[in-house]
Structures are given as C-alpha cells and as structure tokens.
Design a protein around this ligand. Structure first.
Ligand code: PSU
Ligand code: MN
Length: 302
C-alpha cells in the first residue's frame, strides 16, 4: 500500500537525511498555479540544503512517499480529497486520490522510517464561533502526541484558538520548541504573543532534545516552530480582519468537520492576495531549510 520512491529508499538505507513533506497544503491550502510552484520550491529548498525531499500523497489508492512531477500536478490541479489519519484506510480501499494532511503524512513518514517532516502551519483547535459544534480539534494534534516525528512549521494560523492549541499540546506531552524565538509564531506573523516551551538556537540543540526524549522513552513527536522571515512577515493587525471575516463566513455557512480549514484557507488567500502568497512561499522554504538541517544533524552519530 505504501510505495517508497527509489531515491528516498536508498537515502534511508544509507542513513542520509530525508525530509517528509505534506500535500494538503497543495490540494487545499493554496490556489492553482501558485500551489504547484510552491510544491516545487518546497522540494528544491530541501535539496539545496543537502537532504532528500519525500513528498507524501495518495494517488488512486496508493500511498506515495515521493511523488513524480506528474503526480504532483494531478494533486495541484484537481478536485481531489483531503486525506487525514481517519480517511487513510478507506482512501486506499476506494482508490482515492488526495493530499495528505499533517496527521496522515506523519503517520506515513514514521512507517517509512523518516524522522523529520516540514509543513507551513499545523492544524489545531478552531476558534469557537457559537455555530455548529463547540469544539473542532484537528487530528494533527493527537497524531503529534503519538507519532515520533519532528514536525517543523511556522506555528499555526491565527484562524485557530492558539492558546487552546498550545494547552492541548502541553497536556499531551508534545514539546513545543521555538527555533531562534521565545514566542510561538502565528504563521504570517512572527509572534502570537504566546510563549513556547523551550528555545533552540541551532539544529544540534533540536537534535539533542529529540535524543533526550527518545532516551527517556517518551512517546510522540516534537513541534519545532520557525517564524516567517522578517522581510515577508504580515503584521497580525493586517491579517486579522481577513481572518475574522473568513471565520464569520464559515460559521454562517454552518461548515463543520474537515471542510472548515480548507474554506478558511481559501477565503484568507482570496482576501489577502499576493502578500499572503509571498509570505506562504517564504516560510515554506525557510521551514524546509531548518528541517533539512535538523535531519542532517540527526544523522551525526546515529
Ligand atoms: N493550516 C495551514 N495550512 C494548511 C493546513 C493547515 O495554515 O495547509 C492543512 C494542513 O495539511 C493541516 C490540515 O494538516 O490543514 C489540518 O486540517 P484540519 O484543521 O481539518 O485538521
Ligand atoms: Mn477539524
């Protein structure tokens, strides 16, 4: 069911650095053709920093670790599924095609023997809007708590209830690292105003925390949060009106479950345009670099 590309399998066998990447960001996070461009730049950034990219997605029921350019294009162009951990079993059985979320991608990465994963922003606990269900918790959170993969991201978008999201991570034992920052980043903005658990200033420090976690027999992953580069940051005050509008529209439509996040991401992209696309691309490349450096560091002495 899981097809690992030859170059990736060879790199893993030789203990060379590999970085897993997700695809819901391509299928449901960014508009065509910016999504295709972003997918390629994301992979290139991993390669430029001496690691092998392993983009994960599902094509006609096969779970691929490493997608060809043609397969990436099918995902980027198409009206395809959003595949999270709960969807994976029947996505395979019913020969579905779709992008895998952070939760589904880190499950697969772990099974493939990959320890480092990069994305833009993770899912979390949605803001309570008063409509629909009172609590919408992304499957990314429990998956992080149980799957031993290092997840590198730019924090999470302020479409979420960020304090509640951090509380969940703390309750479930997920160490939140600030990479060269003391604050949890809010995707477009470098700080959410909320503190991380611990700051690390180098890939070696992240690797040391990972080794300590494993040596202590603790389950689950690590969350490494990297602020968007200064030149591409969008101040929270500039992005907040778009977020509030999108959240209100989602509530008015009565959206729930897996439909909520794609709707919010699409609306914010529409409302904020080129500026948010540029920030998105910049933080993806930045996260890919940090993930590659951590993967390289993990190879040292292991
Ligand atoms: N947040 C973003 N960009 C994204 C996602 C979240 O800023 O692309 C995607 C990721 O794939 C994440 C998924 O794993 O949405 C979470 O969806 P949900 O909130 O339905 O769990
Ligand atoms: Mn949800």
């Amino acid at each position: 069911m899981i097809v690992i590309d030859g170059e990736i399998a060879a790199a893993l066998a030789a203990h060379k650095p590999v970085v897993a990447l997700e695809t819901t960001i391509i299928t449901h996070g960014l508009p065509w053709p910016a999504n295709m461009h972003a997918a390629r730049r994301f992979e290139e950034a991993v390669r430029r920093h001496d690691a092998v990219p392993a983009t994960i997605g599902v094509v006609e029921g096969r779970v691929h670790v490493g997608l060809s350019d043609a397969q990436l294009e099918v995902l980027a162009r198409g009206d395809v599924e959003k595949i999270q951990a709960s969807t994976l079993p029947f996505a395979v059985l019913r020969r579905m095609t779709g992008g895998t979320t952070v939760s589904a991608s880190i499950c697969i990465a772990h099974r493939a023997g990959i320890r480092v994963f990069a994305t833009g922003g993770i899912g979390g606990i949605h803001r309570h809007t008063g409509a629909g269900t009172s609590s919408d918790v992304s499957a990314d959170l429990p998956e992080l708590a149980q799957t031993p993969v290092i997840v590198v991201c730019a924090g999470a978008k302020a479409i979420l209830d960020l304090p509640a999201t951090l509380e969940y991570l703390e309750t479930h034992g997920v160490t939140v690292i600030g990479y060269r920052t003391d604050d949890f980043p809010a995707f477009y903005s470098r700080s959410s105003g909320l503190p991380v658990d611990v700051r690390c200033d180098s890939p070696a420090e992240v690797a040391a925390i990972w080794r300590a976690k494993r040596a202590l027999g603790l389950p689950g992953g690590l969350l490494v949060t990297v602020p968007v580069p200064v030149s591409d940051e969008i101040p929270a005050g500039d992005i907040e009106p778009a977020i509030e509008q999108a959240v209100a529209e989602a509530a008015a439509r009565g959206l729930r479950s897996a439909a909520v996040t794609p709707f919010l991401l699409t609306r914010i992209a529409e409302l904020t345009g080129e500026r948010s696309l540029a920030a998105n691309l910049a933080l993806l490349k930045n996260n890919a670099r940090v993930a590659a450096e951590i993967a390289l560091e993990l190879g040292v002495g292991s």
